[in-house]
Design a protein around this ligand. Sequence first.
Ligand code: GLC
Length: 446
Amino acid sequence: MIKNSNSFIMLCLVMLLPFFQVAAQDLTGDEVKSLEKYSAIKGAHGIVVPGLKLSEEQMKWWQDAKFGMFIHWGLYAIEGKGEWAMFNNKIPAEEYAKLAETFNPQHFDANQWAKVAKEAGMQYMVLTARHHDGFALWDSPSSYGDFTSYTTAAHRDFVKEYTEACRDVGLGVGLYYSPMDWRFPGYFKPLELAENAALMKKQGYGQVEELMKNYGEIDILWYDGGWLAHSGSDADAAWFWEPDKLNTMVRSYQPDVVVSPRSGWEGDFQCNEGRKPITGPIIPTPWEKCLNLNQTSWGYNPKQNLMSLKDIIVMLVNTVDRGGNMLLNVGPDAQGVIPATHIERLKEVGDWLQQYGESIYGTRPGPFEPIDNVYGTVQKGNQIFVHLLEVPETLQLPPLNKKVVACKQMPFGTALNFAQNENGITVFLNNLNPDPIVGTLVLEVE
Ligand code: GLC
């Protein structure tokens, strides 16, 4: 079943994962980088803090949810060059700050965002409450220099509107927060400009506390950018951010919040970021693929390069078949509007999930290891779902210690012939209606 050497390395890494929880702290920077390269997993090396991680029971809703919406939205939407515009274009902080005086989104409607996410079949949302540019989308007394949507042109607390809208329609409420902030020279030179760096840290602790304290129950805290001096990994900067203290404070307000690994603490799940395809065996730890619907940039960009419906569904099933969740990003424009093309594509995803959602939500990977580009399986109760990435004449599955009593094609339940013996299960696919997206079968077991 091991198809190439990369899969083999991946398998070894995955088998070693439980040990990384402790041993990863002892890895050198280069070793950590090579781990990230092979596993594409960020945060596998974060510091371990006894008692901080959620239990399996507390993680259940998140592992059942499978699919969420990421939203990158902030001042950078005005320029439409992505969320790294300030840094990439070397815009001085004072000049960048002027954007706040024109940021007054007339069409921002959090209920509309929530509706789009619901219709796409998503179960939770994660909004960039504050990205690396330092602009906070809420009433944030801890903000350095009052750089918030509440104290500038918009005079609105978007986080409040957003959290309420998510809850109204039963979506999990997620907030993204970047501890680091490009406005602070101390971020780039934490040793030489220690006092300035300390101000950034104070802001970070203050703002995280506001978000955890003032907006009701928060389901996900999605840190990103617990770096320092623009180099190394999040965990390399743990000496500075002290993510153990930070997240102990978080737990005191939100005992059940699911936390990402990007503050330098290992977190409750691992991240796999970007559009690289998901291959290899099942990953036996909670993890999430995050990627961009418009592949040009996370933040609003008029240049559209949307993932196709098929690419989205293939990524989703490859993720879910290996035990992960998928967080798909949209970048609303400066008026707060999610581009119509995004909405249309997401609606198509929602239509697919209407028909095939049974094979996604609430499932767990297995019982068979996926075979890259061929199939992957998940299970729920007495059902095994098979996602076919190609359609051979007969499908050969490994042996199973339970009796298969029926095999059907989803969504309409066309029965398929099959045979089972000690060598495995053979499904005859000549009756199968080829599906242009991903053919999905359901095996019922005793
Ligand atoms: C990277 C980027 C950031 C983006 C994030 C999403 O860390 O710095 O702009 O928000 O990925 O995962």
